[in-house]
Design a protein around this ligand. Sequence first.
Ligand SMILES: [Zn+2]
Length: 347
Amino acid sequence: MKAFRRFAKKERAARLEEVAIPNLQKNDVLVKVSHCGICGSDLHAWLNHKGYESVLPEVTFGHELSGTIVQSTVEDGKYHVGQKVVMIALQTQHDPSDPFCQNGLPQLSPRRRVQGLHLDGGMAEYIAVEEEFLLPIPEGLSMELAALTEPLSVAEHCIENRTSIQKNDRVVVSGPGIIGMLCAISARSRGAEVVVVGTEMDEDIRLSAARKLGFETIVVGPQLTPLCKQVEEKFPGGADALVEASGAPFALSEAWRSVRPNGTVTAIALYSRTIDLDLTQFLRKQIDLRTSYASSRPDYLRAFELFKNGQVNAEDLISNYQLKDAEQGFKDSENLRVMKAVLNCQK
Ligand SMILES: [Zn+2]
């Protein structure tokens, strides 16, 4: 089968390779991959960025996949051949004695792993997945859109569990990448009023996609009106919550200016360097500064609900590539030419 694989611990060291269809271990099923998204973390791993040292030197990338079960080793399992599924990306085998499993936060357990970085992933014609980490795709959901379940679950965890957005909340989403956009969709689905912030570089593709999705947008840059002044015009007194999804250190360190006293700032991006932050400014407004990391099964289930309710529109978000053009998908993602690159793994 064909697979888009990293072949060395170096920048851009990945290519399409011909490899064997994976052998199944106990409790595994074989999934014929339909679609697989290119995630920000795939991009970091491909570029061999700091913080991604744990990624295997040789591995098939991809954790945002949808597919169909073609073989199973599990007798009387929950899943059957022909069933359409998505995979939980950040995987912690259930252990009732693990406090993180007990508290519904398996994604924070030190035993966690990411399939597609720490074992072979879904940018391939087939993938072997432990049954425990599957979720059935609801009736009527396209395989293409289902490939967005993982990133939408990450946004759902941020908005539901880590930002606690309520109806009529006034929310600023900083960073119009796919995670920012999905956070905006998640917040809006709860009745929040949302503006999406980007730079001039985002204007052509990402901010215009945000407007197509019905969001008001704000452009920031060195020569432009500061974000907090633009937010004040839209949300007098400041926003109730700001979700920082851009990964720009400045956007996080200055976030306190755009949020009302007792509001919330949630960082969901990964920052490539340490941040110089004046915490006293956050403190004097008693701003609740939080982080949000990954997601778990209930977040995936809520993501399915958002798809079912028609909250997420594939055309405005997804750019399709054939598996053989995976490298182009990575390059276009790197250069911000697409909102979300998704590989069709059977073409
Ligand atoms: Zn992802």
